[in-house]
Design a protein around this ligand. Structure first.
Ligand code: HEM
Length: 139
């Protein structure tokens, strides 16, 4: 069962990190477009965020199973506590990005898209730190 959950954990990671990185590359592509076209293009890329949400959900569900043997020794694993704290921060960043995306579709699009760009970069950095921490903790 542990192997199945670890596989699900890695699929979640591929979907979560994959969508964050995809947003970054789509952002670079849209920066080379004419303003109106870029705005329309960026709003259409929000469909990708569903993949990110499913990925994070798979990571949390499989992670809560995988962590079972570690609960009793959690206080002696500061890096694992750091990883879980960063997972909470990642969840908050993704929540902020989703609610700002909804506002961007309704109006003041450029202002909200600027905010999403910043939070998107923070989400990529946070995800990469979690991956590095996870490998250090479990290897
Ligand atoms: C509630 C959230 C999470 C929990 C409780 C959790 C827990 C765990 C546990 C216990 C393992 C070790 C499995 C084992 O080999 O026994 C693991 C592995 C891993 N986790 Fe998570 N995780 C969570 C979220 C995440 C997130 C959000 C990411 C990435 C963004 C992530 C990335 C990884 C990676 C890369 C490994 C493999 C480490 C390795 O074997 O080298 N995890 N996770």
């Amino acid at each position: 069962m542990r192997d199945v959950m670890l596989i699900i954990h890695f699929i979640g990671l591929a979907m979560g990190l994959g969508s964050s990185l995809a947003f970054m590359f789509l952002g670079i592509a849209s920066s080379r477009m004419e303003e109106n076209e870029a705005r329309k293009f960026t709003l259409n890329t929000f469909a990708l965020s569903k993949m990110g949400h499913i990925g994070l959900a798979l990571l949390v569900i499989s992670g809560l199973y995988l962590i079972t043997p570690y609960w009793q020794i959690l206080t002696s694993l500061p890096l694992l506590i750091a990883k879980l704290t960063l997972v909470l921060i990642l969840g908050m960043l993704i929540g902020i990005i989703s609610s700002t995306a909804k506002k961007a579709i309704k109006g003041s699009t450029d202002t909200h898209l600027k905010k999403i760009e910043t939070f998107g970069k923070l989400a990529v950095i946070t995800t990469l730190i979690i991956v590095v921490l996870a490998v250090y903790i479990f290897h």
